[in-house]
Design a protein around this ligand. Structure first.
Ligand SMILES: *Cc1c(COP(=O)(O)O)cnc(C)c1O
Length: 399
């Protein structure tokens, strides 16, 4: 190997071992080299003791997976290109034609759309249950039910369900339950240990997390995770994940690894600012209802209090208001347009506050009895000061 082109590619230099710095190195690979043919035949990536192909894992992805297991109290983790891909992979891995999946009526919208679209096409049926009535969930479990989705707090309207009762019902019926844990982020409560001290532990079977939100923290990465504590269940999910060819880019993993050390601090700050604004909103007479699990008036407050406690960091940065019915859609739209610091956009968990008006009629099977009628607006509270955000809300309301 004397020519320059070849020797630059097949270079013999190896950096000395022992480099240590706050952030782990970022390894990018599709191809992974084997030391010899015997090793290639022998290596098995499934227990993460070896590397075989970029899609099957690198030191970078294994590192994030382990940190997320620590965050959520799980044992095994899969990374996916979005939170929605995590939801879809759980369905694809566990459901077949003839099976039924139960979904809370206030679930993340695209999760309901997946059931109504692809799952229905493939002969998998679904039913929506009332997230605030465990008896309704119990009544809807049938011999065809293979999977129950749970979400706390609910999407947009932030009702907090009796998660322990819901999980208990699934366990008693022998049906797998999967939680969309994006709101709790591994911080507000422990998804695999909902009732500390309970024997056996009371927890969900699967926790999915849109890392796009708080773990990324920047509004600039899309990623999802699927975490389990049961090795067999993980294997079933992992083989489906592998066969579907779902992987994540090393640079995106690096972004999440870089943001994780500040996750708890950021989450707590989002929570504190959001509670301040929620209490301020309660005093305003533009709103018929203010939805936030820490407000005693908010649906499911007692369940939130029992599961999460009340300490700072026990709730996320989401806040929803329902305008009084005297406010027309165009007045509410003008309020949203009039905000300066709050940007109009989907998602949450980043530094910039966001606002989004919703047409709840088109999102729910029926208007929930615990909600006032009126136009629904959700705020995702960023990391700006509470005073600045409050002033922005005030000027937009007066506008
Ligand atoms: C955003 C979100 C998702 C989906 O995450 P993406 O990465 O945007 O696909 C799923 N569940 C909840 C509760 C979310 O807020």
């Amino acid at each position: 190997m004397t020519d320059l082109a070849t020797s630059l590619i097949h270079h013999s230099y190896q950096p000395p071992p022992g480099f240590a710095a706050p952030q782990p190195g970022v390894f990018k690979a599709s191809t992974v080299f084997f030391p010899n043919v015997a090793a290639m035949r022998h290596f098995d990536w499934k227990d993460k003791s070896a590397y075989t192909y970029g899609l099957h894992g690198t030191p970078t992805t294994y590192t994030l997976e382990q940190r997320l297991c620590t965050l959520e109290g799980g044992a095994q983790c899969l990374l996916l290109p979005s939170g929605l891909a995590a939801i879809a992979t759980v369905a694809l891995a566990l459901l077949k034609s003839g099976d039924e999946v139960l979904i809370p009526d206030n679930a993340y919208g695209p999760s309901k759309a997946l059931a109504e679209g692809e799952l229905a096409h493939w002969g998998i049926t679904h039913r929506f249950f009332d997230p605030m009535d465990p008896a309704d969930l119990a009544a809807k479990i049938s011999p065809q039910t293979r999977l129950v989705w749970l979400e706390a707090a609910g999407s947009v309207t932030l009702e907090f369900p009796d998660l322990c009762a819901q999980v208990g019902i699934c366990k008693a019926a022998g049906v797998l339950c999967a939680l969309d844990n994006t709101w709790g982020a591994g911080l507000a409560f422990r998804p695999f240990d909902l009732a500390p001290g309970a024997q056996p532990a009371l927890g969900v079977d699967i926790s999915i997390h849109a890392l796009t939100k708080y773990p990324s923290g920047g509004g600039d990465v899309l990623m999802g995770s699927v975490i389990t504590t049961d090795e067999r269940l993980h294997m079933q999910l992992m083989l489906c994940h592998m066969r579907l060819g779902l992987g994540v880019g090393a640079n995106d993993v690096e972004s999440v690894l870089r943001a994780l050390p500040s996750l708890a601090l950021r989450y707590r700050q989002h929570d504190e600012t959001t509670r301040t604004l929620a209490h301020w909103c309660l005093q305003r007479d533009e709103f018929a209802q203010v939805l936030h699990p820490a407000l005693p008036q908010s649906p499911g407050h007692a369940h939130w209090q029992a599961l999460c406690g009340e300490a700072p960091g026990a709730a996320a940065g989401l806040l929803t208001v329902i305008f009084k019915p005297t406010y027309s859609q165009s007045q509410v739209d003008a309020f949203c347009d009039g905000l300066q610091l709050f940007k109009i956009g989907y998602s949450w968990g980043g530094p910039i506050s966001l606002v989004m008006p919703y047409q709840l009629e088109s999102m729910r099977s029926r208007w929930p009895a615990h909600l006032q009628s009126g136009i629904v607006v959700r705020f995702s509270i960023g990391l700006e000061s509470a005073a600045a955000l409050q002033a922005d809300l005030l000027q937009a309301l007066h506008g």
